[in-house]
Design a protein around this ligand. Structure first.
Ligand code: HEC
Length: 103
């Protein structure tokens, strides 16, 4: 048995961990979660599809970090029961579709 064959199971576990915790967030999944858990309340406030919440001139969120924090805050506030990876996917979706931060 050589070193590579010893390492192989470890590498498999590492790859799986990366896949499930997701360094690359899943935007499509974020959209689905967002549309289910988040959007109705924003629509109540702004009408339309609720996107005005993210697009209004005096919106609160100015950078990617603040967006991540706000998604976590909203999750906690409404008891949506999202996991951190759910929040990451939603934040990635909102950033890509609406906020389009330079940084
Ligand atoms: C109970 C109603 C409600 C629900 C449900 C809700 N939100 Fe919100 N959300 C608000 C309100 C109200 C504001 C605006 C706060 C303000 O303007 O001071 C807001 C603001 C935000 C903002 C900041 C918008 C900006 O100004 O840039 C983000 C991002 C956001 N919500 C994400 C989410 C996400 C993600 C979820 C789902 C986990 C969610 N919200 C669920 C009521 C809600």
């Amino acid at each position: 048995m050589n070193a590579i064959s010893l390492l192989r199971p470890l590498l498999a576990v590492a790859a799986l961990t990366l896949a499930t915790t997701g360094t690359a967030a899943d935007v499509a999944r974020g959209k689905a979660l967002h549309d289910k858990q988040c959007v109705s309340c924003h629509i109540k406030r702004f009408g339309g599809d609720g996107s005005e919440m993210y697009l209004r001139a005096d919106r609160l969120i100015r950078d990617r970090k603040a967006l991540g924090q706000r998604v976590a805050t909203c999750n906690a506030m409404v008891n949506a029961g999202l996991f951190p990876e759910d929040e990451a996917d939603i934040a990635a979706y909102l950033a890509q579709r609406y906020y389009k931060f330079a940084k």
